[in-house]
Design a protein. Structure first.
Length: 478
């Protein structure tokens, strides 16, 4: 019987009636096998009738078995992530050392200019974004006469709220002394709380342990202001890891790429250094500064002098972090603590005296400092993902449909698709997004890195975030 044994993956709970029929059939089989007959010599077979006391007894036993089935199902589901109920999944989280990835509020910076009288913008002041939400001023800011300030605001609604530049231009109440208000850049988009379905998929992928690479990625993903994260780890002691697009990660090093902005300035470093010890690397998106006439003064002076260049006009500034490569004696990263046109002074490093005629490259880097309990400071490098535009051509058959918005509707759907950093963009993913398209039958799709030839799979560089803009979507009959 099913309550004694079942084949894993095929068993489902049975009702009381189903168990009763099963029991009655087995009784009848035994009667037949033993040729049990009545006084007239006819084979006895019991019927499922309320007039049959044996059937009533079968129903009673079947009800007990049905209850046991439900208990067995609950127990079995505790060991099957795919079958667990939402409540059971939540109970599983402490056992596997994880939790739901929290939601985040969208962030917006407002440029506020004061009149000659100056003004005070109090924390809690609201700046409405239409009827969608309000952006709340986070810190009280005093703006002097004819001055201006960039004021951080947080949405009052959890989740992703995209705001274009110059879309928020006023506070909800009139504030004396305010001359103008606008947001010079778009919002840092928030995110929704991780759904049960997303959690289930993460558990199935094994992305739960807090102290491994996946746990580090999850911790960085949970930082307010970040919308996408990838951490590449080169475990080879001898060979650089070259990502799609050419980004190179040195041996036994880690490479962090994020989309968005960490407003705390330390959360990325804390999330990474608290879990992993591999040195981080920064490939960098900008143009490096290269010279062959640099002189390095030894620690503690820590100065780099150029005989003909100009560090200031080259774009360097105080408190930037830089990475030096090409020098045999001085491969390092350091923070600019002093700067003139010809002399750069670095902290967080110990230079060796050297006059170097080699081609030395100085690159500005994104770095946060993790401070240990003993006070040691560990620089954690990372990069902000550049956007990789994707071209998409969608083929469709409209039939008798004369709708004029097929192109714009397809573009609207595809431009809203979320992507991960370095994600492979395929025709199959495009077709999946359009499988319920109401205006035409979608017959095919092709993709390409912007400006390249159309293919079935577009390989995004490992430190870039694929983006499909409406202007890069083409819809054609075919």
């Amino acid at each position: 019987m099913s309550f004694l044994a079942y084949q894993a993956g095929l068993w489902t709970p049975a009702s009381a009636a189903e168990h009763a029929v099963d029991t009655l059939n087995q009784i009848n089989a035994i009667l037949q096998a033993n040729n049990v007959t009545d006084t007239n010599g006819n084979l006895i077979q019991l019927a499922a009738s309320l007039g049959n006391v044996v059937w009533i007894m079968c129903l009673a036993v079947g009800n007990i078995q049905a209850v046991n089935d439900q208990n067995l199902l609950s127990a079995a589901q505790q060991f099957s992530i795919q079958q667990e109920s939402p409540a059971q999944l939540m109970e599983t989280l402490p056992m596997v050392g994880t939790s739901l990835i929290p939601g985040a509020y969208s962030l917006l910076s407002l440029q506020v200019t004061a009149t000659s009288a100056g003004c005070t913008i109090n924390a809690g002041t609201k700046a409405p974004y239409g009827t969608v939400c309000n952006f709340i001023v986070q810190n009280t800011t005093v703006i002097p006469s004819n001055g201006s300030a960039l004021i951080l605001c947080q949405s009052d609604t959890l989740g992703p709220i995209a705001v274009a530049a110059s879309a928020v231009t006023a506070f909800s109440t009139t504030i004396p002394g305010v001359s103008s208000v606008y947001n010079p850049a778009g919002a840092i988009v928030g995110r929704n709380l991780e759904t049960i379905q997303q959690l289930q998929q993460r558990l199935l992928l094994g992305n739960v342990i807090n102290t491994n690479l996946n746990g580090t990625i999850r911790a960085i993903q949970g930082i307010q202001g970040l919308t996408a994260t990838v951490v590449w780890l080169n475990q080879s002691p001898t060979t650089a890891l070259v990502l799609a697009g050419g980004a190179s990660i040195p041996e036994l090093s880690s490479y962090i790429v994020v989309e968005g902005s960490d407003i705390t300035g330390v959360a990325i470093a804390n999330a990474y250094a608290a879990r992993m010890l591999a040195q981080t690397w920064s490939v960098g998106i900008g143009t490096p500064y290269t010279r062959t006439d640099l002189t390095f003064a030894a620690y503690p002076t820590n100065t780099i002098t150029t005989s003909g260049g100009n560090f200031i006009t080259a774009g360097f500034a105080l408190n930037q972090w830089v990475q030096i490569t090409g020098s045999v004696s001085n491969p390092f990263i350091g923070k600019i603590v002093g700067l003139t046109a010809s002399v750069m002074t670095l902290g967080q490093c110990q230079l060796i005296a050297e006059s170097d005629a080699n081609s030395i490259t100085i690159t500005i880097k994104n770095v946060q400092v993790y401070t240990t309990a003993s006070g040691q400071q560990i620089p954690i490098q990372y990069d902000v993902a550049a956007l990789q535009q994707i071209d998409v051509t969608v083929y469709y058959y409209a039939g008798t449909n004369t709708a004029s918005n097929i192109q714009s509707s397809i573009a609207a759907i595809l431009s809203a698709l979320p992507w991960q950093i370095g994600q492979l963009v395929t025709s199959q993913l495009i077709l999946a997004a359009l499988q319920n398209f109401p205006y035409a039958t979608i017959t095919g799709a092709q993709v390409a890195l912007h400006g390249g030839g159309l293919v079935n799979e577009a390989v995004t560089p490992g430190n870039m975030l694929p983006v499909i803009s409406a202007s890069n979507v083409t819809a054609a009959t075919g």
